[in-house]
Design a protein around this ligand. Structure first.
Ligand code: SF4
Ligand code: SF4
Length: 82
């Protein structure tokens, strides 16, 4: 049986939204990115005190990246949407 390699090639290798733990100040009480996301895909990991992407979904509407006070959020817009 031959393996369908095309299916593997279409898989994403990273999540669309990355949060830089070094810059994130969720441990100081910031919840801006969680509050502004219309899809509620971002959340705060309370044990680490850092924001993270809880669900791999995104509208690429960008307020999370724009409003983060420390510039910790980076949204990777897919090439086809640019
Ligand atoms: S807005 Fe920025 S600093 Fe605040 S919780 Fe989100 S990633 Fe962290
Ligand atoms: S770009 Fe929009 S949908 Fe995606 S995580 Fe940020 S606020 Fe949420």
């Amino acid at each position: 049986m031959t393996f369908p390699t095309f299916a593997l090639a279409q898989q994403r290798t990273s999540v669309p939204v990355r949060i830089d733990d070094e810059k994130c100040i969720a441990d100081k009480g910031c919840t801006v990115c969680v509050d502004v996301c219309p899809l509620d895909v971002l959340a705060i990991d309370l044990t680490r005190g850092k924001a993270y992407m809880a669900f791999d979904e995104c509208w690429y509407c960008m307020p999370c990246e724009k409003d983060c006070p420390t510039g910790a959020v980076q949204v990777d817009i897919p090439y086809l949407l640019r």
